[in-house]
Ligand binder design. Structure first.
Ligand code: ATP
Length: 897
């Protein structure tokens, strides 16, 4: 019989699944027997598919045809060398791609989904892969159901089952057994693995895991492919392909014209054209750029920011506004009840964090303290676990703080809960901002306990308690004053209320005519590192907006402590609703604190920021889509945050307290929920972008210099200063070794004192294009000068071209130091100190270049000839002169302002 037809008690008996959950040891045994709760991953591409992807690149195809033609022409040596280069290029490409994929795979496991289970008697978060049949699982809005679950308790639980059934409307669930076997979509008492909790909460027993679950049976494979592709890479790919096509067409033209007009021997001309082709195509560039991105992904992961969608790594560096949640992101989410307002009494609470000892500065009347403790303990889903002198909390930190308060009032929340079993509940809902439970004690009293945002509760209360425990009329004015007093101190205010109630089930409409017990004020101090990060954002021209569900005064007080600018001006969700889109756009740039908001407001804020002029800290940041708005990063954690996370330029989900739905909607996940990590990720994003630019600025002039040299030589009928094979050597060995180091460059000093770049700033800007042209010409001059000096010095073409190759490599090396810093700043102690990667690359370069110069096999292959000291000095001189010229130009430019 299917699980849906059995009563939960029957399922529990069959699976030996006790109500208080499995023990850890039993779970471990079952895990070993049943295997992990994960689906088999789709296998990646096979090695030959990956090899083909490398070979099917235009340059490789050109080289392969060159291999065939040179062989046919009888130039066997050339043919063999070109073939060797092709093979090594394909292998290097394979290895690099493999490493980049590994980098992504390594961070993917950081995002492994988690599940809330009851084990060893209390609820805890575990990796979803560790679930076993018989586990008791709790479901909340935003969760992906981690296994097939027979539900035993549901509170307005609705699941989106589209992944299984294709039905896009959420399905309401209930726990009763079904009479007959039914199709998946009709099994209303089952929650199937992979479906999404849209609303409500639930609890149930795991009946099938891994490939035995319905989704495991249907699909078997879980496709999970995020390539290393980004818009900039795609742009560069297109650019490289365009260049290659142009160069090939040009090469063909030169070949035909040269042969036909000047009657040059075809074989010589062909080799020269191959050289030109190789010289002009920036073959190493795509690899360098993807490595730069992969290094960026790894660096961000180290700083607790995991990139889920590659394009985000580019966008995050251009962010001009960060919209952040307050609780847990800007604050520590370590709550502590600091003050109480109960009846007419205001009390301060002594104690330290979650430590259980502490108490009130003055006692409260018993008739007030008892209901206060009961409400705090019963309308509460958290639990405390004393371990090795500290207290570990499970569940919501605010609810845990209320349990600690009960201890400090000399109560025991566990015993109270045993005396007052829960019959029903209305889980916390951000829309109503309250939570309620219905409990009955053993003397037959039924009481409804409610806690929530004070505005939400006050309007449902008619009465309050006096010192003797009698009901008296509610003094709304007094409570409003107390709310302000607590909130102005930066405390999160919560109201507690109760009512005698005879029914057995709870509905929202029952929550009226309540009796107010009192208010508690909870401290949640700002994170020290968030204060520094806010200041860093301001210096970097990034506006920070705080969006919170908390009270306006609490929000404003915390914002002031965080150093948020204009913290006194607060817009509440209600005020926001009254503004039309234009009015919102007009004030969204100015207002930095948004209080009592619900998730829907976040979407409006993102849209307003994206389309309002001057909404960033730096209003010069224009969007290329014609709008003058900001590039927005938005944080979120709940299922209802998903639309805003998707709409933001960079959606950022909280890894710790965030729901699976929020993660799936976001581009980046913050593992530690910390605002400072977010800012660190922005910094890494800016660094990645800088390094991409450095990679391009480095590679293009080398290709430019080489190809212009060849064209000039061909046009002037000059001997080629560097042969095709030598160019292959330089491009495949020295250029790649040196350029690779740029992927690992640290951020430039002062980077976070600059405003964000315009989002759609072209990578190859006019300034960069000018630099490419200028440096190409310098390379050209260096190559010819070295060649002529070599000829004059020795009279041998082999020697002259060896000097030219060495000069080219030396110019590359010095140019590497020049591109690392802005113009005019390369010659500095800092600049010459380099990085360990650079020095390793230089060592490798020297070894390889020595082989080129002095190893007889290489001399024969590349037609090189051992350079003497003077030749080496000339080569080095070319490099130094290049660096000096660039530095001089930088100085002059800076001098001009
Ligand atoms: P932030 O946006 O700063 O992260 P938040 O989104 O966590 O805050 P909500 O969770 O929406 O804010 O909470 C809004 C208000 O609802 C709180 O100020 C509090 O008064 C009330 N509240 C929060 N959690 C609970 C709960 N578990 N039970 C009852 N009331 C709650």
């Amino acid at each position: 019989m299917a699980a849906s037809q059995l009563a939960v008690a029957e399922i529990r008996a069959r699976l030996q699944a006790p109500e208080e959950g499995l023990s850890s040891s039993e779970a471990a045994t079952r895990l070993q027997q049943q295997g992990s709760n994960s689906l088999p991953q789709a296998r990646g591409r096979s090695w030959w598919q990956r090899l083909w992807a490398q070979i099917s690149n235009l340059l490789i195809l050109v080289l392969l045809s060159a291999v065939v033609i040179t062989a046919l022409l009888g130039h066997t040596l050339d043919s063999v060398v070109i073939l060797a280069v092709v093979i090594s290029q394909a292998l290097i490409g394979l290895v690099q791609e493999g490493r980049a994929e590994q980098a992504l795979a390594a961070i993917r496991h950081m995002l492994a989904p988690a599940a809330s289970v009851i084990r060893d008697g209390h609820s805890q978060r575990i990796a979803a892969a560790d679930l076993v049949p018989g586990d008791t699982v709790l479901l909340e809005p935003g969760d992906r159901v981690p296994a097939d679950i027979r539900l035993e308790r549901c509170h307005s639980l609705s699941l989106d089952e589209a992944i299984l059934t294709g039905e896009s409307l959420a399905v309401e669930k209930q726990p009763e057994a079904l009479a007959a076997a039914s199709a998946l979509g009709d099994q209303t008492n089952m929650a199937f693995s992979g479906t999404l909790v849209v609303r409500g909460t639930g609890r149930g027993v795991v009946v099938a895991t891994g490939s035995r679950s319905e989704i495991g049976r249907i699909s078997g494979l879980l496709q999970q492919t995020t390539g290393l592709q980004t818009p900039l890479l795609a742009q560069m790919d297109r650019f490289a392909r365009l260049m290659a096509t142009l160069v090939l067409a040009g090469g063909l033209l030169i070949l035909l014209l040269g042969h036909w007009l000047s009657g040059l021997p075809f074989a010589d001309l062909f080799i020269a054209v191959v050289g030109l082709t190789v010289a002009a195509i920036p073959e190493g560039l795509p690899a360098i750029l993807s490595i730069t991105l992969a290094v960026g992904v790894r660096r961000m992961a180290k700083r607790q920011a995991v990139v889920r969608r590659m394009p985000a790594i580019e966008t995050i560096g251009a962010v001009s506004v960060i919209c952040s949640d307050k609780t847990g992101t800007l604050t520590r989410n370590e709550m502590m009840v600091a003050a109480l307002a109960c009846g007419v009494h205001y009390r301060q609470v002594r104690g330290d964090g979650y430590a259980l000892d502490g108490g009130l500065d003055e006692p409260l009347p018993e008739a007030l303290q008892t209901p206060l403790m009961l409400a705090a303990a019963l309308c509460n889903d958290a639990s405390l676990q004393a371990a090795e002198g500290t207290v570990k909390i499970h569940g919501d930190p605010m609810e845990a703080a209320l349990q600690v308060l009960v201890h400090r009032l000399d109560g025991d929340p566990v015993r109270l809960a045993q005396h007052w079993p829960r019959r029903d509940e209305i889980p916390f809902d951000a829309e109503y901002r309250l939570m309620a439970t219905l409990n009955h004690n053993h003397q037959g009293r039924h009481v409804l306990w409610v806690k929530g945002a004070p505005e939400a509760l006050l309007q449902r209360c008619r009465q309050q308690l006096d010192d003797a425990g009698n009901s008296v009329a509610l003094q709304t004015g007094y409570w409003l004053e107390m709310i302000e007093r607590l909130a102005a101190d930066g405390q999160r205010v919560l109201a507690l209320a109760c009512k005698e109630y005879s029914g057995s089930e709870l509905e929202m409409s029952d929550l009226n005519e309540l009796q107010l017990i009192g208010l508690v004020g909870l401290m949640d101090p700002p994170r020290a590192e968030a204060i520094a990060a806010v200041a860093e954002c301001h210096a970097a021209g990034i506006a920070v907006k705080m969006i919170t569900g908390d009270h306006a005064l609490t929000a404003s007080a915390i914002a002031a402590r965080l150093g948020l600018s204009n913290s006194a001006e607060v817009l509440t969700g209600k005020q926001l609703d009254e503004l039309d889109d234009q009015a919102l756009q007009d004030c969204v740039g100015r207002v930095n604190v948004y209080a009592r908001t619900s998730p829907e407001h976040k979407l409006r804020l993102v849209q307003a920021l994206q389309s309002s002029a001057g909404s960033g800290a730096d209003s010069g940041n224009q969007r290329a889509d014609g709008q003058g708005g900001a590039v927005v990063a938005m944080t979120g954690d709940g299922v209802n945050d998903a639309p805003a996370l998707k709409a933001a330029d960079v959606g950022i989900a909280m890894g710790h307290k965030g729901s699976q739905a929020a993660r799936e909607a976001s581009a980046v996940v913050l593992l530690d929920d910390n605002f400072a990590s977010l800012v660190a990720a922005v910094k890494e994003g800016r660094t990645v972008y800088q390094n991409l630019k450095k990679g391009i600025a480095f590679m293009l002039p080398i290709n430019g210099g080489e190809s212009i040299s060849l064209v000039v030589a061909l046009l002037l009928g000059h001997t080629l200063p560097i042969s095709a094979l030598q160019i292959l050597w330089v491009n495949m060995i020295s250029s790649v070794i040196l350029a690779m180091t740029l992927a690992f460059e640290p951020a430039l000093p002062g980077m976070m004192q600059q405003p964000p770049r315009a989002r759609f700033e072209p990578l190859l800007s006019r300034r960069l294009a000018w630099q490419v042209l200028k440096v190409s010409l310098l390379f050209l001059a260096g190559i010819f000068a070295a060649w002529h000096w070599g000829m004059a010095h020795s009279g041998s073409e082999a020697f002259a071209s060896t000097v030219a190759v060495n000069a080219l490599v030396a110019m590359e090396l010095f140019y590497l130091f020049a591109v690392r810093y802005p113009p005019g700043q390369a010659i500095s102690l800092q600049g010459f100190k380099g990085t360990p990667v650079i020095w390793a690359a230089i060592a490798a370069l020297i070894v390889m270049q020595s082989l080129f110069n002095w190893l007889p096999l290489f001399q024969r292959t590349f037609n090189s000839s051992a350079p003497d000291v003077a030749a080496l000095l000339v080569a080095a001189g070319c490099g130094i002169v290049l660096l000096l010229i660039l530095q001089l130009e930088g100085w002059i430019r800076r001098g001009r302002g």
